[in-house]
Write a protein that binds this ligand. Structure first.
Ligand SMILES: [Fe+2]
Ligand SMILES: [Fe+2]
Length: 269
């Protein structure tokens, strides 16, 4: 069996979306089987690329140049699903990158269990959304997508605490804020299959934010740092855009993010 970090690099260097998710799911299953059998699995060491491989399509554009479409139209709903598929693919790579990126940081094995599970959930999310795009006569790659999505990863390659603060605790938490509104758009369109897919995503994304909060607090404890102030300083430094109200306080609380973490960073603070 190859090491976990070699698995991560294989996923990161796979360009095609469906092939990437298939590899992610098979590596995730191998990891889980080994863990359940209590077999020793080596974490190893590997050299993750600064940016993951991407398919030729979608074309990646500056967010300002991505055309906006009305959510009340079929084209608008396809554009929303396309944007979500792109986010899921990036999230998948972000979780494997976190596994591969910081080999000198000794972490409990549960850290790796959590992020392998999160990566496999993102693979499922990408496939669910691609299935819906295809059922609606489109596919991932048919529209342009945001180019900036890997920015947060590159900005935090040197600092695992900054990575946890920005990726799961800011960006994925933002997903919890906006998903109910998206579900509402598809409810108005009576697109029940898409609602089902989005509800799976909404339920599972809470875990990813919770893993972020859990391991961020763990590292604060290890280094004797005060969590809230440390979180604020890291987000201000690495993600100056901050957080954006309104917040889904209930789901954020479920994920271990109290209001005094995100309100002071918000555009309405
Ligand atoms: Fe996801
Ligand atoms: Fe996620």
């Amino acid at each position: 069996m190859i090491t976990l970090r070699e698995m991560a690099v294989q996923v990161l260097t796979m360009a095609d979306g469906r092939a990437k998710t298939a590899l992610s799911l098979s590596h995730g299953a191998a990891w889980q089987t080994a863990r359940e059998a209590e077999t020793e699995v080596a974490l190893g060491r590997a050299d993750p690329p600064l940016r993951p491989a991407r398919p030729e399509a979608p074309e990646l554009l500056d967010p300002r140049d991505v055309p906006r479409r009305k959510p009340g139209t079929p084209e608008g709903r396809i554009a929303i699903l396309h944007a979500i598929a792109h986010i899921e693919l990036n999230a998948l790579d972000l979780h494997w990158d976190l596994i591969a990126r910081f080999p000198d940081m000794s972490m409990p094995i549960g850290f790796f269990d959590d992020w392998v599970r999160a990566a496999c959930e993102e693979a499922k999310h990408f496939n669910l959304i691609c299935d819906r795009l295809e059922a609606l006569g489109s596919h991932y790659g048919a529209l342009p997508a945001h180019a900036g999505m890997w920015r947060a990863a590159e900005d935090t390659v040197e600092d695992i605490m900054a990575r946890l603060a920005v990726v799961p605790m800011v960006l994925e938490a933002r997903g919890l804020d906006v998903t109910p509104g998206m579900i509402e758009i598809f409810r108005r369109a009576k697109d029940h299959d898409t609602i089902k897919a989005l509800e799976v995503i909404y339920a599972e994304e809470v875990h990813h934010v919770a893993y972020g909060s859990k391991w961020f607090h763990f590292l604060c404890g290890r280094h004797d740092l005060e969590p809230k102030g440390t979180f604020h300083a890291l987000v201000r430094r690495y993600f100056p855009g901050g957080t954006k109200a309104p917040f889904n306080e209930e789901k954020r609380a479920e994920a271990g993010l109290p209001p005094d973490f995100y309100w002071p960073l918000s555009d309405r603070a």
